[in-house]
Ligand binder design. Structure first.
Ligand code: ATR
Length: 280
C-alpha cells in the first residue's frame, strides 16, 4: 500500500470510456473505506495508450484498469506481465510498482469465478462438464478461471470454429472445441453453461440456443450485464436453473485491483449492486 498521506488516484483507460461503470464501483469503495482519492474515466485513443500508461507513475497514479480496445495491445507496453494475464492474453489492470515499473494483471477470470461462487456456493468445477460459448477475450478469461478452479472438462463452442480450435489449442486439456451446430447436444450432463459472446446484449440478438438438453441442476451464467437479465438467463430462470448475471463478474474483478492499488480488499454488497444496477 502507498502512503495514506497522499491523494489516491486510479482510473480506467478506454476508447470510448464513458460507458464504464468502474468509476462508480471504485469511488463507492474509496468512500466506504474512508480513503482520500478518486478513480477517473480516461478517454485514451489507441495511438496514445503507450504514452498514457507511461504517465501513470509521474502523475502518482496507483494504476489503472484497461477496457476496449486496449486490453491486448497493452501487453507489449507494460514492464512486467503476471502469469494469469499472460495466459489470458490480455491485461485489465495495471499496477504501478514501488520501483515505478508497470505490471499488467488480469482479474476477469477471478471475477467470473468469484461471482459464480457468490451466486452458487455449492458449485464445484470438477463435478460436471462446463460449456463455454464464444472464443474472444471474455472466453479466454472464463476458461482460465475454470481451469484454475479445477475444471476437468470444458466444451467450447464458437460461431467461427477455427477460433474455438485456436483457444482450445492454447490451453490443451481440459478444453475441447466442437462445431457450433453441436452446441445444444453439448449441453447434455453439463453443470455450467456460460455465454461469453455479445449475443443478448442490449441492441443485439439473443444467443441462439435451446436449453432442452441442459440438466435442471446446471448453472447458467452470462458475462453480458446490460441488460441484467439476458434472454438466455430469462429462459434458464423459467426452467428453474440457477442463473448468474454479468454484473457480478464486473464487480468482483474490481476487488483485487482495488486491493493492489489501495491495500484493502473491498466487498461486493447489495448496496453496491443496487447502485450499479440503477445505471443499466
Ligand atoms: P471479446 O473479446 O469481448 O470476447 P470478441 O473477440 O469480438 O470480443 O468476441 C466476441 C465473441 O462473440 C466471439 O466468440 C464471436 O464469435 P466469432 O468468433 O465467430 O466472431 C461471438 N459472436 C459475435 N457475434 C455473434 C453471433 N451473431 N452469433 C454467435 N456468436 C457471435
Amino acid at each position: 500500500m502507498r502512503s495514506q498521506h497522499r491523494f489516491l488516484l486510479a482510473g480506467v483507460m478506454g476508447w470510448p470510456v464513458a460507458h464504464s461503470r468502474s468509476p462508480k464501483i471504485h469511488n463507492y469503495w474509496l468512500s466506504q473505506h474512508g480513503l482520500d482519492g478518486v478513480y477517473v474515466p480516461l478517454a485514451i485513443e489507441p495511438g496514445r495508450l503507450d504514452r498514457a500508461l507511461r504517465s501513470l507513475a509521474p502523475l502518482n497514479f496507483s494504476g489503472c484498469n484497461l477496457t476496449v480496445p486496449h486490453k491486448e495491445t497493452a501487453l507489449a507496453m507494460v514492464d512486467r506481465i503476471d502469469p494469469g494475464a499472460a495466459r489470458i492474453g490480455a491485461i485489465n489492470c495495471v499496477v504501478v510498482d514501488k520501483d515505478r515499473a508497470l505490471e499488467g494483471r488480469n482479474y476477469d477470470g477471478f471475477g467470473f469465478i468469484a461471482s459464480l461462487r457468490a451466486a452458487a456456493p455449492d458449485w464445484r468445477a470438477d463435478a460436471a462438464p462446463a460449456v463455454v460459448i464464444g472464443a474472444g477475450g471474455g472466453a479466454r478469461a472464463v476458461v482460465v478461471g475454470l481451469i484454475d478452479s479445477g475444471a476437468e472438462e470444458i466444451r467450447l463452442f464458437n460461431r467461427t470454429f477455427e477460433r474455438a480450435q485456436l483457444l482450445a489449442g492454447d490451453f490443451g486439456r481440459p478444453v475441447a472445441a466442437y462445431p457450433w451446430e453441436e452446441r445444444e447436444a453439448g449441453l447434455e450432463n453439463a453443470g455450467l453453461l456460460v455465454n461469453t459472446t455479445s449475443q443478448g446484449m442490449t441492441g443485439q440478438r439473443p444467443l441462439e440456443i435451446s436449453l432442452r438438453n441442459l440438466p435442471g441442476s446446471a448453472i447458467v451464467a452470462d458475462i453480458v450485464y446490460a441488460p441484467l437479465e439476458t434472454p438466455l438467463l430469462a429462459g434458464a430462470r423459467a426452467l428453474g436453473n440457477t442463473t448468474v448475471d454479468g454484473l457480478g463478474m464486473l464487480m468482483h474483478q474490481a476487488r483485487p485491483a482495488f486491493r493492489d492499488w489501495f491495500g484493502v480488499m473491498p466487498h461486493v454488497t447489495p448496496a453496491l449492486r443496487k447502485l450499479i444496477a440503477a445505471t443499466l
